[in-house]
Design a binder for this molecule. Structure first.
Ligand code: PMP
Length: 358
């Protein structure tokens, strides 16, 4: 079987070992005679997988006891609404930093819940091609929270320095969670759809300070309260058991491969390979993103004409490379090189890019 070099933006490539383990265990999870997706979520076999996924998240990401790790459904998009429903108390306002389409969506959704402010936006001056500096943020010190999107999947930008804020920092990390070791305590709440760095879609990881969970609003439906899921170890209702199982496989693989420091090292190498070609071949490629804002996860670039871009994609496909077309709203190319994309695939792409004109 030939597996393609998958540069999709999400759902995206998963580690081969995690998939092979699933294949091996699919009919019989640990000698139970049943697949993980046939087990009751209240049974011991699933519970062990569930708790291991949470424990591995805590261990690899250094999540302290003062934070909850929640495994939820509804995608990151649901969190756009659930975050303000829980954390935006009446009479308070929340700050949003707009760095792309996803942060705009988060902002719009929050607006339906309560009062929100734009603390900064990079839409007009650089078409979201950069991350604002700390000095550009007009923060309200009394805000309920400050929301950022740490990696902008569509525009290919990423916050490399986490901003200082007085209010709790809430981060959509859907496209760069666990790309490197992170000081979780700098954040009040982190959320991430799993389908890029962590596993399949249908699962959202939320890491939230227990204090914020306790202070959260109680006048919203129980299913949307973080409190409900915190009190029930994310087993209030049926969790997406297969997605949690794959998350467990992925994180177990990360641990065995040396943890997040090793993941960061390889991720930086991969990104450098591509950006070096883009910068070294300015006769052919251009980057719409400021150098200090470039994403290590989504490398966005353009060629000189739509015809060349079409030819580039067709040639890439012939070489077994998929998913390189940019987002429909911005065009150009995008190579998504999440944690599970091996260095060899990125090397193959860099070689192809270097030789393309010839
Ligand atoms: N935030 C970011 C940064 C994303 O990249 C995406 C999806 N690509 C979303 C939110 C939305 O995620 P979901 O489809 O899980 O709702």
């Amino acid at each position: 079987m030939a597996r393609v070099m998958n540069f999709n933006a999400g759902p995206a490539a998963l580690p081969l070992a995690a998939l092979e383990r699933a294949q091996k265990e699919l009919l019989d999870l640990g000698g139970t005679g049943m697949s993980v997706i046939e087990h009751s979520h209240r049974g011991k076999a699933y519970e062990a997988v569930h708790n291991e996924a949470i424990a591995l998240t805590r261990e690899l990401y250094g999540v302290p006891d003062s934070y909850d790790v929640l495994l939820l459904q509804g995608g990151a998009s649901q969190q756009f609404a659930v975050v303000p429903m829980n954390l935006l108390a009446q009479g308070k306002s929340a700050d949003y930093v707009l760095t792309g389409a996803w942060s705009q969506k988060a902002y719009k959704e929050a607006k339906t819940v309560g009062t929100v402010r734009v603390a900064a936006t990079t839409e007009k001056d650089k078409k979201f091609g950069r991350i604002p500096k700390q000095s550009e943020l007009e923060l309200d010190p009394g805000a309920a929270y400050v929301h950022i999107t740490t990696n902008n999947t569509i525009f290919g930008t990423q916050w490399h320095d986490i901003p200082e804020t007085q209010a709790p920092l809430v981060a959509d990390m859907s496209s760069d969670i666990m790309w490197r070791p992170t000081d979780v305590t700098k954040f009040g709440l982190i959320y991430a759809g799993a389908q890029k760095n962590l596993g399949p879609s249908g699962l959202v990881l939320v890491i939230v300070k227990k204090e914020l969970v306790a202070e959260g609003r109680k006048d919203i439906p129980a299913i949307f309260q973080y409190r409900t899921h915190s009190e029930n170890n994310s087993l209030y209702n049926t969790p997406p058991t297969f997605s949690v199982y794959i998350l467990r496989n992925v994180l177990d693989g990360v641990k065995k491969a040396g943890g997040l420091a090793q993941v960061e090292k390889v991720n930086r190498e991969k990104a450098k390979l591509l950006y070096d070609v883009i910068d070294g071949r300015s006769d052919l490629y251009a980057s719409p993103v400021d150098k200090d804002s470039r994403s290590v996860m989504n490398v966005v670039f353009t060629l000189q004409t739509p015809e060349l871009e079409a030819e580039f994609l067709a040639e890439a496909q012939k070489r077994g490379m998929a998913g390189l077309k940019g987002h429909r709203s911005v065009g150009g190319m995008r190579a998504s090189i999440y944690n599970a994309v091996p260095l060899e695939w990125v090397q193959a792409l860099a070689d192809f890019m270097s030789g393309f004109k010839k």
